[in-house]
Write a protein that binds this ligand. Sequence first.
Ligand code: PEP
Length: 251
Amino acid sequence: MAIRTPVIAGNWKMNTDVVSGLELAREILEQSDGITGVEKIVCPPFVALAGISELLGGSSVHVGAQNVSANENGAYTGEISTSMLEGLVSHVIVGHSERRALYNETSADVAAKAAAVVSAGLIPILCVGEALEIRQAGNAISFVADQLESSLAGYTAWESLIVAYEPVWAIGTGEAATSEQAQEMTAVCREVIRKLAPNAADSVRVLYGGSVNSGNIDELLEQPDIDGALVGGASLKADEFSKLITAAGSA
Ligand code: PEP
């Protein structure tokens, strides 16, 4: 079985500004640059990417975007294309549940974005996850399997893919999934990848996301199919985020 380097990725969402974002990135770099055996990624808001990318360039902390347009440059007011991100980021989050729920992004949209990301030589962090009603109805496994399969329609760049299982009910609620639930669902994600690309399943990193913090990270990382975390709230505090990086580095 392939050895998968764990990933700790921070999704800052619509928080920080140019100045405070740069300061947060500087603190994260100071506290975590020396930690090895883990891939570190921060995903700041678009306006902070240029400064943060300059600050972190050549360091062990990678920079990602939180979203991107599937379209090339042109008449798409307010959108950001992959070509605008080249040189600034190495990763792009696609299909975050907030984008799916608040901006009506479908899995077909997510598949198109993932393809655009790969065409630009960047790595997608592709998110899937069920809402509470779906879990309560007992349909979490089939929902997430279908959502991941359709979000990966036409995908071929298996060597550069990160998947994040993020149950909607656990995001920003302080109610993380149990490590058993997270393991069950990340294993489902890996089986979907195995069906689509048998040779890639053991090397694609599958992350868990949803109220991860320094109190629950160790148990999550002990699970065989969890290769790290996509982190919202806890990524906005350099010391807490660095604790997650430390836990993954020594996991
Ligand atoms: C997220 O937004 O991807 C996330 C997991 O948020 P939080 O860690 O705050 O639950």
